[in-house]
Design a protein around this ligand. Structure first.
Ligand SMILES: Cc1ncc(C[n+]2csc(CCOP(=O)(O)OP(=O)(O)O)c2C)c(N)n1
Ligand code: SF4
Length: 286
């Protein structure tokens, strides 16, 4: 049951769409929900225009189900495939100019702290590897250097998917792409290590093939960002459209890459973040 955080104005009940009424009656707001609860409540995303089999779509669904306080969360997105879905999510979100997302998130978080001094508002960047690792890297790195209290989630499909398949810093070496026909000449960028070195209190990689672990990582990254400083999550999101595999094989692709160690699952904690998480675990969660 939604805890009355959104309501329908009296007299409008019969004209509101069914999906909205369901959100009001059975949405995720004000409730402690997680991955295990999927299928038992009305999710904040219902439809989206992403391709069949898109692992980014699944990752987004899992991320939304793992937010510690969805009604007090604001997503800052950037241009790319993920941004096509944000207009369909029932959660506050801002579309920033491509690459500016961490600067916008910084300003937003600081403004919300002033506007709502007695409330916690979680600001979470969600964008592609081009927006975070390439064109927006400057704003990303400086938000990390400053230890801003925001979480940055990269949907790592290893390509600029939305613009037709250019290589990004996250494409693997030798990847042959629509717009890199002779193969990428450089290795995949070590973004988790960059995040750790730049001062992120927590950095982790994961795939949607491990939904429970993904849920735990998202939840703890946001809690660490609240209390300690910047956090970074990198989610491998295989893209069947650009990497030319069957839409039904996205999760197999994610599992295979983890198994053959071409996509490494790892976590980096600052000592303070480690102590904080141990405290959470002893106390039984947030
Ligand atoms: C300032 C600016 N530069 C370039 C673009 C063109 N552009 C739009 S989406 C995109 C690539 C997005 O790639 P990524 O961030 O990896 O997201 P994906 O589409 O792969 O999910 C680019 C270069 C733009 N919209 N704005
Ligand atoms: S192009 Fe790739 S990342 Fe973009 S929506 Fe399609 S499958 Fe997803």
């Amino acid at each position: 049951m939604n805890k009355g955080i959104i309501e329908i104005s009296p007299g409008f009940e019969d004209v509101m769409p069914r999906e909205y009424i369901d959100l009001v009656n059975d949405g995720p707001y004000g409730r402690k929900l997680g991955i295990d609860d999927l299928g038992t409540f009305k999710e904040a995303i219902e439809e989206h225009p992403l391709c069949a089999g898109c692992a980014l779509a699944l990752a987004l669904r899992l991320v939304l189900a793992s937010l510690p306080a969805i009604e007090d969360t604001i997503i800052v997105g950037s241009t790319g495939c993920s941004s096509l879905a944000f207009s369909q999510v029932a959660i506050h979100n801002i579309h920033s100019l491509f690459g500016n997302q961490n600067a916008v998130a910084t300003g937003l978080k600081r403004a919300l702290q002033i506007r709502f001094p007695n409330k916690t508002k979680d600001v979470v960047v969600m964008a592609g590897d081009g927006a975070i690792g390439d064109i927006g890297l400057e704003t990303v790195m400086h938000s990390w250097f400053r230890g801003e209290n925001i979480t940055t989630i990269m949907f790592d499909n290893e390509i600029y998917a939305n613009t037709g398949g250019q290589e990004s810093c996250m494409s693997p070496k030798r990847a042959v792409l629509y717009m890199a026909p002779t193969g990428k000449k450089f290795p995949k960028a070590a973004m988790p290590e960059v995040a750790h070195a730049a001062g992120c209190a927590y950095a982790a990689t994961i795939t949607p093939a491990s939904p429970k672990r993904l849920g735990k990582i998202v939840n703890q990254a946001i809690l660490i960002a609240r209390e300690i400083g910047s956090t970074y999550i990198q989610i491998y999101c295989p893209c069947p459209t650009n990497f030319k595999f069957k839409p039904s094989e996205s999760l197999k692709m994610a599992k295979d890459r983890v198994k053959d160690e071409t996509y490494l699952i790892k976590e980096y904690f600052s000592p303070e973040a480690r102590e904080f998480v141990e405290g959470l675990e002893k106390g039984g969660g947030n």
